[in-house]
Design a protein around this ligand. Structure first.
Ligand code: CP
Length: 330
């Protein structure tokens, strides 16, 4: 099968049909094997990634750089645009066009929702949306779903039966927006989703409507206790301080939901549920929960960020599946 993502941009989570999603999941598993066996790999030798980040990041920035170098490629790491000519007033199209001259792919994080679309107009090179405003974070969603697929396979579950609960700041969180965009495809339109948030931080209505139109059962509640025992996937999120205009408003909602060992006592047992979080965490998951085997954010989800981004970079840069399987079979 020809690589469906060769030369493509990665802009939104809902751009993936089931076949393409399956290929990303398959490639991610192959990248896990390559990374874990620790053998040098030169699949992307001769290619250069620009990681252009207008907003802070630890995981996305670090894993993109690691992914490119694990595959033998080079990097232009720009984690703080204040040290670039952006500080002199250079706009996004000129900045993208410049770095496109020096590299083969650009991973862009930017505070504006429409930033990655603007970037695609400035270059023919692939743009990977590494987080745009409050709207999208598609590579996070791919790694989240790869983490869930890992759980499904290890525990003999069916993805179609999974009940999802998303908790926290569902208004401002780009991870949950992208997640809800791809979840119907992954679960083949058959999941139940609970959206748990304070009234002021509800999931945008258009995203709820899209998920329902895709066939999902979607319910909203403010009460985590109502749903904690029903969920197979508990997806916890941080209240996104950076998007609040009023500090008092943030203080009112920031401690609304906290996952503690007592919360986990009411959740399904090991093998029947997992707890995820895209991170960074502030205080919405107590550290006592980290050693719970159902807590997969450190052990599985963060490493899958690396494997998934290795897969995405290889895909958009035109590697074919046989080349990757060749590395594994050697
Ligand atoms: N999940 C995520 O996007 O984390 P960073 O902001 O650290 O990249």
């Amino acid at each position: 099968m020809t690589n469906p993502l060769a030369g493509k941009d990665i802009l939104t989570s809902d751009q993936f049909d089931l076949e393409t999603l399956e290929s990303v999941l398959r490639w991610t598993e192959m990248m896990r094997i390559i990374e874990q066996t620790g053998r040098p790999c030169d699949l992307l030798n001769g290619n250069i990634l620009t990681a252009l980040f207008y907003q802070p990041s630890s995981r996305t920035f670090g894993s993109f750089l690691s992914a490119m170098q694990r595959l033998g490629g080079g990097i232009i790491p720009i984690q703080n645009v204040d040290y670039s000519s952006v500080i002199k007033g250079e706009d996004l199209p000129d900045t993208i066009a410049t770095f496109a001259s020096y590299s083969d792919v650009i991973a862009l994080r930017h505070p504006d929702n429409g930033s990655s679309l603007i970037a695609t107009d400035a270059t023919e090179k692939p743009i990977i949306n590494a987080g745009s405003g409050t709207s999208e974070h598609p590579t996070q969603t791919l790694l989240d779903i790869a983490t869930i697929e890992n759980y499904v396979r290890r525990n003999g579950r069916s993805r179609k039966e999974l009940v999802l609960a998303m908790i926290g700041d569902l208004k401002n969180g780009r991870t949950v927006h992208s997640f809800l965009g791809l979840w119907p495809t992954y679960t083949m339109n058959s999941s139940t989703v609970y959206c748990v948030s304070p009234e002021s931080l509800r999931m945008p209505i258009d995203l709820l409507r899209n998920a329902r139109n895709a066939g999902l059962e979607v319910e909203e509640t403010t009460d985590l206790n109502e749903v904690v025992g029903l969920a197979d996937v508990l997806y916890m999120t941080r209240v996104q301080k950076e998007w609040f205009k009023d500090a008092e408003e943030y203080k009112e909602v920031k401690g609304e939901y906290v996952i503690t060992p007592e919360t986990m006592e009411r959740a399904k047992p090991e093998g029947e549920m997992i707890l995820l979080h895209p991170f960074p965490r502030v205080d919405e998951i107590s550290r006592d929960v980290d050693s719970d085997p159902r807590a997969q954010y450190m052990k599985i989800q963060i490493p899958y960020g690396l494997y998934t981004r290795m897969a995405i970079l290889a895909a958009v840069l035109g590697v074919e599946e046989e080349q990757i399987s060749g590395y594994i079979e050697d």
